[in-house]
Design a protein around this ligand. Sequence first.
Ligand code: ATP
Length: 632
Amino acid sequence: LLASNNVSASVDIDWKAGESVLYAALVNAYEKIEATSKRLEIQEIMTTFFLRILEKSPSNLLEVIYLCINRICPEFEGLELGIGEASLMKAIAMSTGRKVQAIRKEYSETGDLGLVAKASKKAQSTLFTPKPMTVSSVFKAFRKIALTSGADSIERKIQSIAALMSSCRSGEEAKYLIRSLEGKLRIGLAEATVLVSLAQAIVMNDSEYKTMSKNDKTAKLAEAPSVIKAVYSELPSYDIIVPVLLKHGVDGLREHCKLTPGIPCKPMLAHPTKSITEVLDRVEGHKFTCEYKYDGERGQIHLLEDGTIKIFSRNLEDNSQKFPDIVKNVTRFIKEGTKSFVLDCEVVAWDKEKKSILPFQVLTTRKRKDVKHEDIKVTVCVFGFDILYYNGEPLLQKSLEARRDILFSVFNEIEGEFAFVCYKNLNNVEDIQTFLDESVKGSCEGLMIKILDGTESSYEPSKRSRNWLKLKKDYLSGVGDSLDLVVIGAYYGRGKRTGVYGGFLLACYDPDTEQYQTITKTSTGLSDQNLEDFYKHFNGQVIDGPKRYYNFDEKTKPDVWFEPSVVWEVLAADLSISPVYKAAVGTCDLSKGISLRFPRFIRIREDKKPEDATTSDMVAEMYQRQFNHNES
Ligand code: ATP
């Protein structure tokens, strides 16, 4: 149980009940969190803070959650802070009377604009003490800044930020304000921890809880986080979930928050495997199915009751504008009487003449925004593999077999526009091998093997589930799967590569510490054209020094550092323990990290943000799996 009398967990700054939470109180919690790396301690600080909010100012809960996760609206609405460094430096200068040049110099030394803002604020002598900021005033100002558009919008944003800076009463407030505006709070407060703490605080605030036995309390506290996490994966909108939590508690969550067309649910993900025998070991005793693994882009197509059609990406981005052709065609795929649905599918580039699938690279040549129907050159075909909602009913709990029946009864195949995934229900190595070969001949990446019946075949939003296995032909002899890594630096090229970057420093992501951990340096798989393109692109991304959340060793220090913005898919021969790379450091070896051997660039992952890169846990698991399954 929570030791809520833990001194370090208590927040020292108070506010009056019924009034808005002071920003200083939130900043105080941030400071305590940043001072520790212990997950349980962080959880306790947040739970204690949420409890105080529930007791005194519950109407601020939603704003506090958004500030803690550094967002201003649900992810799928796409409104982001992410103010550029140059604008923030100008705003700091404007509000503190310092020169931008001096600020830039300090920034290159610390790699943290927040610290620069703090020092600038502290050095400033002020004649009057501003009115205290509240979480409400800060959150509203953030939204207003993000929504500022049109002529002079940058100037107007800078002025609003400068005004906020002037309202800060302390250097600490300025520090977290600037980091939040940059979109990079990064204090080690993972969203998963926020969810756990929220669940616990809601439970502990319930009057019934206070009268429960110790055992019941423990059980309740242990159960609540998984309920909130599951509901949030299905309906990732705090705007909906928080008011329900306040009104009905954790117990009422499942009843009132269900998958809803118009709100993308976090897609179910697959577990990598590197041999058919590994697959068969896993699915033993279950009915399962093998589907082609198409090489395109994940799509979640929603039909709302009012006839609106929306297409979301793997990242929950609204892609409806990218695929106006699909939006236009959808009503032709569906049978009469269909009022609403959520379809999980892969959008694949399609050759109309040859009536066949085109490689993924062709799909990447499509424009991403403001696509006009008449300008579309690359046509796409939707391959439907799952249905998650139909005519008012969420289907997630049904078995895959039942969902598949519904899918087939609701959709019509139209050549080159919509098709069902090609599948076979097989059960021996030889047949699976033949089907795998066929899939590759058919321009697919390999197979997806899915449990077909029973509770294990339900749809598990956001989970990298062992009930969905991916078997990629290319990788059978490698590490089982490719890795998606963030480019954080580069080394100048020599010899034939003079004048461009010759190698790149790559990192995986650790969501617990919010750090990018170096994993390898790569220079293979890059064509001359790639090298030229990447030089042009990354030249504009160079930053003055490493970010404070880059975990690296001086021995691998690159010539230039970049903002974390681009994700590359990389293939490797194997993984090994490394004295200099930091991936999953301390997990498989007490002090060393993991690195890749013979890494090779495959492609850019435009559908992934840096935070969606392969995680440290996944790297550790891949490393360990090498020793368990070496047969191919
Ligand atoms: P992950 O999504 O697992 O993080 P990733 O984005 O690199 O990894 P893959 O490793 O290629 O994707 O494997 C999963 C993806 O395969 C799905 O997200 C989906 O886009 C695609 N896919 C293609 N065919 C299918 C299918 N039949 N069933 C499920 N997914 C499929």
